[in-house]
Design a protein around this ligand. Sequence first.
Ligand code: ADP
Length: 455
Amino acid sequence: MSRDAEVLEKLKAIVDPDLGNDIVSLGFVKNLKCDDAGNVAFGIELTTPACPVKEQFRAAADKLVRQLPWVKNVSITMSAQARGAPLTAGPGLKGVENIIAVSSCKGGVGKSTTAVNLAYSLQKFGGRVGIFDADVYGPSLPTLVSPADRQVYQNPDGSIHPLEFHDAKLMSFGFVTANQGGGPAIMRGPMVTQVINQLLTTTDWGDLDYLVIDFPPGTGDIQLTLTQLIPITAAVIVTTPQQLSFVDVVKGIQMFDKLKVPVVSVVENMSYFECGKCHEKHHLFGQGARKKLVEQFGIQNSFEIPIIPEISHLSDAGTPVALVGGDIAKHYEAIAESVVREVSRIKFGGLARPKISYASGLGVVVNTADGKVSVIKAAELRRRCRCASCIDEFSGKQILAPESVAESVFPKTIQPMGNYAVAIAWSDGHASSIYPYDAILKLVSEIGVAAQAPA
Ligand code: ADP
C-alpha cells in the first residue's frame, strides 16, 4: 500500500456525525502529500467555516495519522468550501451562503434577542455573519447592538452599505428611519413586504456564511410572502412555554412547511427561572411542550432558555450576551450548533428520510434510504395516531378506541412536515396525524412487512 493510501485508510475512521459518512468518502481530504522523510501534509475542507466539530476533526486526524510508524510530522490545514446553491434573489445577496429566519407567532417572546445572539454565536464558530431586522413596525436591532457609526450610506452603485458591530453586518428599518429624522414607518401589508425585500436585497451584504433574519412576528400574509420572496435555508422558531404557545409553534412550522423551508430548531424562551438562593428551577408556565414537539413532529433540536435578568440588561445596553461569553452565552451557542449541523445536512444531503406513500390494496409503503421497502397496514398506522384527540396529552393514555378504526381506512394525502415528520389526512375524516420519521421506522421494525417496490 502506498503511503498516501495508508494515510487515507487511517482518515476513514473519522465520520462526519451529521452527514453520516467518513471524511475521505465525502471528499473532505485535499492535497495529500507524503514524503520519504515521514512528513505528511493535507487539508480538511469542511462544508462550513462554522463547523462546531472542526477542532475535534483536526485532533482526531493528527492522532490517527501519527499512528503510522513511518510518520514524523503532520501538517493539517483546515478550510471550508461552502458548496450549496448560491442565493439569487437580488444583487445584495449574491455572496450570501445561508439565510436563517428567526420567527415567532407573537411579539415580546425574545425573538430578536435570540436572532442577534444566534448570529454572534455562529460568528464565534468561525462564520461570517449578518443580521437583518425585518420587523418594520418594531425594529429592535438598533437597541440590541451599539455600532459606533449609525449612519446609513449609499454606495456609488446605488446599493446600501450595511452598518457593522463586532464584524457582523447589520441592517434595520430602525437605522434607516433614524437617519431620516426618526418616527416609525407607516405602511400597510403589501407595501411592507416590498419594502422589506427591497432593503434586504439592496443592502450590500458582501460574502457571508449566515445571514440571520429577524422576522416580523406572526404567521400572516406578510410573513408568508416574505418566505416566498426570500430564499430561506432554514428557520428557527422562538416561543414561550405556555400551553397556548404550542399551537403557535405548530402554526409556524406549517407556515414554513407550505414553502418547503425546514424548521430546524425550536427555542422555548423564558422557560423557567432559577432561584439565585436555592438554585431550584421554577417552571412558571408549566413544562412538556418540548416533549410534545419531539413526539409529534420529530423536531429533535428544541432548547430551553431561562429567564435571566442579565440577558435583558445587556440587551438594553446594546451588548449581546453571546459577545460576553460564559454560561449564559452557552444557551445560544447550543442553538447555533444545531443550526450549523442541520444546514449542513439539508445542503449536503445527509438527511436519510424515508419516502412514504400509499399503494391501494397494499398499505402504507415505506422506502428507506438503504433501498428496503416495507409496508404497514393503513388501519394500524391510523390507530397509532398521537394527536391530542387520539391520545390524552397529560396521562399519555389512548382516547381513540382502536376498534373504531375501520380496516378499510386509507390516507387521502401524505405530506412532509418539516424535516422530520409526515402529516397524513385520513379517509375517515381525521384531518391530520403527524408521524415523526423515527416513529415510522420503529413501526416498520415492529409491524412492517418487507415488500417489493410497487410499480
Ligand atoms: P421579540 O423580538 O419577540 O419582540 P425581544 O427579543 O425584543 O422579543 O425580547 C423582549 C424583552 O424580553 C426584551 O426586553 C429582552 O431583553 C427580554 N428577554 C428576552 N429573552 C430573555 C430571557 N431569556 N431572559 C430575560 N429577558 C429576556
